[in-house]
Write a protein that binds this ligand. Structure first.
Ligand SMILES: Nc1nc2c(ncn2[C@@H]2O[C@H](COP(=O)(O)OP(=O)(O)OP(=O)(O)O)[C@@H](O)[C@H]2O)c(=O)[nH]1
Ligand SMILES: [Mg+2]
Length: 370
């Protein structure tokens, strides 16, 4: 019954596979510039929502350090203007033209060479975000030392940083804390980075950044929804496969892959959850850990997905629907198909998001200033 034009189906399958591959392969390169001890490694971990960089160890190397978190590559750049990395050849030798964005990080003062890089890179049209990290400590100190409230401290520090970057001060200074990632300006910083990136790189960044606010979760919802589409397409194409008694294994592998992708997007992998526990303390979110384990059994393990598919197949089969697949046309598919994958994917996203909301609420509660 299927209007199966083999060429169209093949082309459609390839298009779906290509979409999955492109997303897997694209990399956002983010460079970090700034003095040692300003919290660059801590910020990398906070943005990734996963511990990928060692913190609190004095780095003796003066070579660039790369940290890969799925589609984001963070590069901790060596100091500029040293014997090994003279100013004049710094940008060229470190191939900074290939980067997508830069974070200029300090917890106090910028070196002249940092300011120089900021000017040069901005002039080349590179998105450069100026970050004053450890704002939690500065707010405490401001109150203790001078009786300043948070707003006052923020104002003074922003003005000081802008002053340091004269004559081309940034329009905004992001005041962040890696210890209180859901407070202060880290959320806005991540929003700004996402905005500065275009197309697929933006989606990749949104998928891989940690969510510290509602807006981030809503961006993630959109990306997650888009991720379902090529998987549903492949499942549909599997259903068109003329081989009788098609092995359901292909669909299960697809769904497992999709499940893992969505779990990563929402910060629900073991490593991501370990980061949250380290941030909040080992006893935080006890109920949630049981729920995320349940989620993993249901969506990330073969038996769980089999059970879901059995249930799904029953409810879809009773409807006898004719499914419409873009580019291929209407058909009655024999396999799991477009619609079932789509429904399953949407359910998966919904449950992942609701867990991510609980994690976020825990972070907000657990890191609020005393
Ligand atoms: N209170 C507070 N401490 C922070 C923050 N960010 C980093 N730290 C702490 O500051 C210390 C140095 O942080 P790192 O992230 O290792 O700094 P770094 O810039 O990578 O340092 P190098 O690798 O030596 O260049 C660690 O003890 C961190 O826990 C922050 O936002 N607030
Ligand atoms: Mg470091």
């Amino acid at each position: 019954m299927a209007s199966s034009n083999p060429d169209l189906i093949r082309e459609f399958t390839e298009r779906c596979q290509q979409s999955i591959r492109e997303f897997e392969e694209i990399q956002v390169r983010c460079g970090l510039i700034g003095p040692s001890g300003s919290g660059k490694s801590s910020l990398i971990n906070a943005i990734a929502g996963e511990k990928i960089a060692a913190v609190g160890v004095v780095e003796t190397t003066n070579d660039p350090q790369e940290y890969v978190h799925k589609g984001i590559t963070f590069v901790d750049l060596p100091g500029c203007g040293t014997q090994k990395w003279p100013r004049d050849t710094y940008i060229e030798r470190l191939k900074l033209d290939d980067f997508d964005c830069f974070l200029l990080v300090t917890a106090q003062r910028f070196y002249d060479s940092d300011a120089y890089l900021y000017r040069e890179l901005t002039a080349r049209g590179k998105p450069c975000f100026v970050v004053r990290n450890m704002i939690d400590r500065a707010i405490e100190d401001g109150l203790h030392d001078n009786g300043h409230n948070e707003q006052e401290t923020r104002r003074l520090i922003s003005a000081d940083i802008r002053h340091q970057l004269e004559p081309d001060p940034p329009s905004r200074v992001y005041l962040t804390s890696a210890r209180q990632p859901a407070q202060h300006d880290l959320r806005e910083l991540l929003e700004a980075i996402a905005e500065a990136l275009g197309g697929l790189k933006r989606s990749r960044f949104v998928a891989d950044m940690a969510a510290y606010g509602e807006q981030a979760l809503s961006r993630k919802r959109q990306v997650a929804g888009e991720r379902i589409v090529p998987y549903a397409g492949l499942a549909a194409a599997n259903g068109l496969n003329p081989i009788p008694g098609l092995d359901i294994g292909a669909d299960i592998s697809l769904l497992l892959k999709l499940g893992n992708e969505i779990a990563c997007i929402y910060g629900l992998t073991d490593n991501q959850l370990a980061y949250v526990r380290r941030l909040l303390g080992p006893d935080a979110l006890p109920g949630l850990m049981a729920k995320t384990a349940q989620f993993a059994t249901k969506y990330l393990a073969r038996e769980g997905v089999m059970a879901l598919l059995r249930r799904m197949a029953r409810s879809v089969a009773t409807k006898e629907v004719t499914r419409f697949i873009p580019f291929v046309g209407p058909l009655v598919a024999a396999g799991i198909g477009w619609q079932a994958t789509f429904l399953l994917g949407e359910q998966l996203v919904k449950e992942a998001e609701s867990l991510a909301e609980e994690v976020l609420a825990g972070i907000v509660r657990g890191t609020a200033p005393a």
